[in-house]
Design a protein around this ligand. Structure first.
Ligand SMILES: *[C@@H]1O[C@H](CO)[C@@H](O)[C@H](O)[C@H]1NC(C)=O
Ligand SMILES: *[C@@H]1O[C@H](CO)[C@@H](O)[C@H](O)[C@H]1NC(C)=O
Ligand SMILES: *[C@@H]1O[C@H](CO)[C@@H](O)[C@H](O)[C@H]1NC(C)=O
Ligand SMILES: *[C@@H]1O[C@H](CO)[C@@H](O)[C@H](O)[C@H]1NC(C)=O
Ligand SMILES: *[C@@H]1O[C@H](CO)[C@@H](O)[C@H](O)[C@H]1NC(C)=O
Length: 533
């Protein structure tokens, strides 16, 4: 061999060694698993937390993942998201999976570089949103490298079954619904059993989620079975007023799916002739039809079904039924949550007459009071105005009502926030009506600080905002108090009593604490109640 060749061999060996060094191997209950080491975290992509829900396991509760030992599981590649259609039509593309497959019950795990089997890092499990029909954990938006690195926490994201595959109910109970919720719980069980091996503390788990993920988090807070697997919760933008489904309503929408696929409603075998993609397509087609007279459900046709067991109650009714939520809670909403939904529902300008009509369809009983509280403006287009009562009713005030009840039960370990920053980069894509507005989901790129992956540049003020979110979120995961842990610039006051409603206002150039946000409006909705029609 000449020098040249030896040189190549050495380079080759160095590269190979380097590569081996860049891998990280962890021993789980199911076998060894190999992930990727970057300069910031160890990352494990596409870790199976349940058996693939295919074939005989379609429409069944999740079962634990099989053991792969003595093989080493390759957790260096992303897995497909759960079956869905129309994601890019209804959401910015960055939250949509590049591929989907029915075999989709996988986790994504980011750990600080110093994490190993002897460490005890707090764990944060994220449940993504998407109306229970869209999005996936492997999307760039939910890439948790920065959150894990800057917050020094272990972050886990998960995929769970969506739409009909996640919620179908049949009268003969061959399909019992709420599979999506049970998948999420299975991920919690997996963490309990395996996260120690990654350097995490199974007794310090924070469940957090946004939108449908926030609704899911509330389900787990209400469930005795789920709640033994986590210790604190962060609820971002829960549309608390959108009701979960009754048995009758869940059967109704399930039957629409049978009809759409030309199957008789009892014939689940007929449904099983269709691929997961066919089912997702059919589910998209029936979305045009209201699935009940409750207008709000139009926005979320597949939601948890109150079976009294997996899903014990409607969230806002839980307290009347005596459910106790005895965990620290962080919860908040954005200032223009419903703008995206209003502009998607009405793609042309909305007259004052149409504005009144839209409200009277939702609140026929209280329409005069509602119009007195929220009169139309002088603008020829009332869409901006319609999002005001919609945001108050669906998000802001429902959240206040919920947290007011929680403080009575958990000794005031509640911190609430309002998020009021419209991001500066063109992240909304074709949803230009959200540019310059604080649309639903605006905080997510800053909670994860995942913007660089979409090649978006953020301003110094936005970086500061994002760092503050990461401090509060990770402090809460570490100590159960967003102020304790990493020093924070501003004390986030607890929401201890009904009279004051201190809230962290997340904004640029700096955060502030305000109180009594939207008070008279929330007092109004409390007096009317949260069950329209
Ligand atoms: C949860 O547990 C508490 C205390 O054991 C019990 O009172 C309550 O009924 C349980 N809730 C449900 C939905 O089973
Ligand atoms: C269901 O039947 C209708 C009418 O016969 C037909 O147009 C449609 O393509 C069928 N759908 C499926 C999924 O087979
Ligand atoms: C609004 O929706 C209608 C009906 O779906 C469609 O024909 C029209 O092109 C849309 N307009 C815009 C501006 O997108
Ligand atoms: C960001 O830029 C890099 C380098 O040009 C490219 O490889 C990557 O695909 C881009 N990411 C997105 C989401 O556009
Ligand atoms: C919450 O809303 C209900 C109406 O649905 C109202 O009766 C109650 O007083 C409100 N506040 C609390 C703390 O429950």
């Amino acid at each position: 061999m000449g020098h040249q060749q030896w040189f190549s061999v050495i380079i080759f060996a160095a590269v190979t060694l380097q590569f081996a060094y860049c891998d990280v191997v962890v021993t789980t209950k199911h076998g060894k698993i190999r992930g990727i080491t970057s300069t910031k975290t160890n990352t494990f992509l596409g870790v199976p937390y349940a058996a693939p829900p295919v074939g005989k396991l379609r429409w069944k509760n999740p079962v634990p993942a099989a053991t792969w030992s003595p093989k080493v599981y390759d957790a260096t590649k992303v897995k497909p998201g759960c079956p869905q259609k129309g994601c890019e039509t209804m959401n910015p593309v960055l939250v949509c999976p590049k591929q989907t497959a029915e075999d989709c019950l996988y986790l994504y795990i980011w750990t600080p570089l110093s994490a190993n089997a002897t460490t005890s890092f707090p764990v944060m499990l994220y449940i993504h949103g998407g109306n229970f029909v869209h999005m996936s954990a492997d999307s760039l938006l939910f890439d948790a490298e920065e959150l894990a690195y800057r917050g020094q926490v272990i972050v886990v994201t998960m995929d769970y079954r969506l739409g009909a595959l996640g919620f179908l109910l049949t009268k003969d109970k061959r399909a019992t619904s709420n599979f999506a919720i049970l998948d999420q719980r299975q991920a919690l069980v997996w963490i309990k059993e395996n996260i120690k091996a990654f350097g995490g503390n199974p007794n310090m788990v924070t469940l957090f989620g946004q939108s449908a993920g926030a609704q899911s988090t509330i389900v787990h807070l209400m469930s005795n079975e789920s709640s033994q697997y986590f210790h604190r919760a962060i609820v971002e933008s829960a549309p608390l007023t959108i009701p979960f489904k009754t048995e009758e309503e869940m059967l109704f929408i399930s039957n629409m799916l049978f009809d759409q696929l030309n199957c008789s409603t009892k014939d689940i075998d007929c449904l099983n002739k269709y691929s997961a993609d066919d089912i997702a397509e059919a589910q998209l087609l029936i979305r045009k039809y209201p699935s009940s007279i409750k207008l709000l459900e139009f926005f979320e046709p597949w939601v948890p079904y109150v079976d009294g067991v997996v899903v014990p109650s409607q969230p806002l009714e839980a307290f009347r039924k005596g459910f106790v939520i005895n965990k620290p809670l962080m919860m908040g909403t954005l200032t223009e949550e419903t703008r995206i939904f209003i502009y998607e529902a009405y793609n042309q300008s909305l007259s004052a007459l149409e504005y009144g009509l839209a409200l009277s369809l939702t609140f026929p009983r209280d329409i005069l009071n509602v119009l007195e509280m929220y009169p139309p403006t002088v603008s020829p287009d009332q869409r901006d105005q319609l999002q005001v009562p919609a945001t108050d009713f669906i998000f802001t005030c429902g959240t206040r009502n919920f947290t007011q009840n929680v403080i009575k039960q958990n000794g005031g370990r509640v911190w609430t926030y309002v998020y009021d920053h419209a991001f500066s980069f063109p992240g909304w894509g074709k949803f230009t009506f959200c540019d310059g507005h604080v649309c639903h989901g605006s905080e997510i790129p800053f909670v994860f600080q995942s913007t660089k992956l979409g090649n978006f540049t953020i301003t110094p003020a936005e970086l500061k905002l994002s760092d503050s979110l990461i401090s509060y979120w990770s402090n809460f995961a570490k100590t159960g108090d967003p102020n304790r842990g990493t020093p924070v610039a501003l004390e986030w006051l607890q929401y201890k009593s009904d009279s004051l409603w201190p809230q962290m206002f997340f904004a640029t150039p700096s955060n502030s604490v305000k109180s009594s946000y939207r008070k008279e409006y929330c007092d109004f909705w409390d007096s009317i109640g949260y069950t329209p029609i």
